[in-house]
Design a protein around this ligand. Sequence first.
Ligand code: SAM
Length: 329
Amino acid sequence: MTVPCVAVDRERGEEVRRRLAEAGALAGEYEITVENGTIYLPVTAREDVPPPLRRSIIERDPDRRETPTTPADLLGYEPSIERLGDIVIIDEDDDERASAIAKAVMDSDIPCETVVNRASPIEGELRVRQWDVLTGDDTETIHREYGHEFALDITEVYFSPRLATERHRVVKQVETGEHAFDMFAGVGPYAIPMAARGAEVVACDLNEQAIEYLHENAERNDVADRITPLQGDVREVAADWTGWADRIVMNLPHSADEFLEAAVMIAGDDCLIHYYDIQHEDDPFGPGRTAIEDAAGDAYTVSVETERVVRSYAPHEHNVCLDVRLTRQ
Ligand code: SAM
């Protein structure tokens, strides 16, 4: 019996799978298959598929999926877990409950080598968290996001899989040949896909380990020739890149305002800044807009192109992004 499947390039697979899942159109009882760079996503019915994807539907004969055992099947409740490569992250204050979740994760069909629990908030200049390692011992992993691979060690660098959709939103805007400067690059989840789209990328981070992983990840994703990794305080390297950038990514939400002077120095005549911030829900965009206008002074015309809530950060606080164009006067 044939089943309608949406057929797309493998690189778009994750984005399309999410869109289909959001539309409730994925037929989860069938296997997703990949052949010759094309991914085939079984769907419930043509009418359930968002209209722009309907022309990619073809009939296929996928295998039926054996229902995997989930941690919820074993626990009787749905635990809150996050996956980062083959590491499963839980967020549980109660030690007994944390152990029970770790055991259920390992006994389930989730491919997992290590289970960790959050042991601190994200802290310090390097934005790294402390972890309780509950099962396994390897805190290094390879995480896949939108067709790219990122090696990282969660005890040494920052990485949040929750920001995948936001990163992809920014990366999709990048054009071949543009100059993109990632001021707080981490292990490269913006820098590497931007380079893969043909940008010349400069990627800076204070964290030595993050920059080591960035080098490794640039090689791993075959974009090392288009990325210049820099280790250090971006304020100290900014002068070397005066007037260079067509695009700047500023993903250091708690203190990005302290780096706006450097960003304005790096900006070219026409530059789009993706400025991340954490602000109260009453005025999530105002402080960022004002800080950017103050930093730009009379040198640039400032126009806010997008104001976007990325996620809720804490009660009444939002993590937001402003896409702001600076045009030299
Ligand atoms: N963009 C990456 C991502 O999405 O995974 C990392 C973002 S993380 C929130 C912020 C990064 O800024 C950390 O890796 C930290 O080491 C780096 N950082 C902090 N202060 C810095 C500075 N003065 N100059 C350059 N990087 C800095």
